[in-house]
Design a binder for this molecule. Structure first.
Ligand SMILES: [Zn+2]
Length: 206
């Protein structure tokens, strides 16, 4: 791609670093910003900067939050003994949209994936095990996507908390293997949380 302006080229290259944005799309977005009033670019960059500098992670569940303890964790009406384990904030949003879950979450920040160099220590697993070992938890619900990485992560955590007398379950999904949680429709996802199955049962069927 030949540019008549180095400034334009630099902006396009930066935009094209984002996932799913190729050079052509990046150029379209940058040209769009050029046509808009300057303030719009300013609002966009300011909101990104502020978000990047000021966003926090909940000290209890690791969800993205503006305050130390997120709204879900600080809500006394939620069942704090029931913890749903998810990969990231998109899963929290998907499950919250179903309105079927009254417990709290634990956001791992990814899945165990040796190919991508992600091991258990890079994920928020230790803090979950701490909560369980402190006797603060009655049930852990695994809600990771049913990929090999998801299954490996579930099993790793299960081994860590197995010794404690708590219920472990996995969401019973009516969606095919490999589907990401965030794409499941709300009714299916809501039902799968209500109809969750004991984790041990899923191991026998494998
Ligand atoms: Zn939280």
């Amino acid at each position: 791609m030949e540019f008549s302006s180095k400034l334009l080229e630099k902006a396009v290259n930066e935009m094209a670093q984002l996932p799913g944005i190729g050079k052509r799309t990046a150029l379209r977005l940058v040209l769009h910003l050029l046509k808009q009033p300057k303030e719009q670019t300013q609002f966009l960059t300011e909101s990104l900067q502020t978000m990047r500098h000021e966003v926090k992670y909940c000290k209890s569940c690791h969800n993205i939050s503006d305050v130390e303890l997120c709204e879900i964790c600080s809500n006394e009406k939620r069942n704090h003994q029931m913890i749903c384990v998810v990969e990231d904030i998109r899963d929290v949003m998907a499950i919250e949209n179903t309105g079927q879950f009254k417990g709290v979450y634990h956001v791992l920040g990814g899945k165990i994936s040796p190919i991508d160099g992600v091991g258990p220590s890079q994920l928020n697993i230790a803090t979950l095990v701490e909560k369980v070992s402190a006797g603060m938890v009655a049930e852990v619900i695994f809600a990771l996507s049913s990929t090999m990485e998801g299954d490996t992560t579930n099993f790793y955590i299960f081994r860590q908390i197995q010794q404690y007398e708590i219920k472990t379950s996995t969401i019973a999904r009516g969606i095919s293997v490999g589907d990401e949680l965030e794409y499941a429709d709300e009714i299916t996802l809501g039902r799968s949380i209500l109809n969750r199955i004991p984790f041990e049962n899923t191991m026998k069927s494998n």
